[in-house]
Design a protein around this ligand. Sequence first.
Ligand SMILES: [Zn+2]
Length: 242
Amino acid sequence: MTVGAGGKDAALGADADGPTDENARTRPMPDGVERLFSGYRQFREHLYPGLARLYDQLAQGQAPKVMVIACADSRVSPSMIFSAGPGELFTVRNVANLVPPCEAGGLYHGTSAALEFAVTALAIEHIVVFGHAQCGGIAACLAAHEGLPAGQFITPWVDLAAPARDEVVAARPDLTPEALQYEVELMSIRHSLRNLATFPFVQEAEGARRLTLHGAWFSVASGELHWLDRRTGAFSVVADSE
Ligand SMILES: [Zn+2]
């Protein structure tokens, strides 16, 4: 989810998935659906010719090694940030990049269905819970705590992050609103990793060392990636060069 409108041009530029042609990035774009057709034509002209053989191979099936659970926020495209091409990232995006616990009840477990397919059918080797700064979903979870529900569907969904929120609020009552939002964004990633481990097929694959779970957080303002050390629970910036 996006908090605030931001610059229109910047938002359009940041919204594209995957590798982007330099001319395409700097060319002025029309609004709305015309923007989609224009972007598609650029894809067909500049990107598709170099990827045609790969797409033809991928028509036989996908074999990604990495699953990313990211936010629906338009500023945080996993394909762009990880420079990933077609077939590389099995991605599920939802409000606030949350993973629910394994639950038998209910019908519409979209994230759990994607997770099940990734682990049991695709034999994914890595799952990354990928959070980000200024997350509107986390802001909604914090607002609900103040008696300000965000919406009929948003409020119960972001309540998944309530244990993370409450843990931070209890441990750090002195935080500014900005610092609280940041700490809950990080804590929610750790909490989603704990929820991931409640799925029996995740437990089994992790136990057999076929699957590794990761947490990451993206700074929208600086473009920097922060990676979770699961032994210490701390996040640190990924170096720009090896
Ligand atoms: Zn978000």
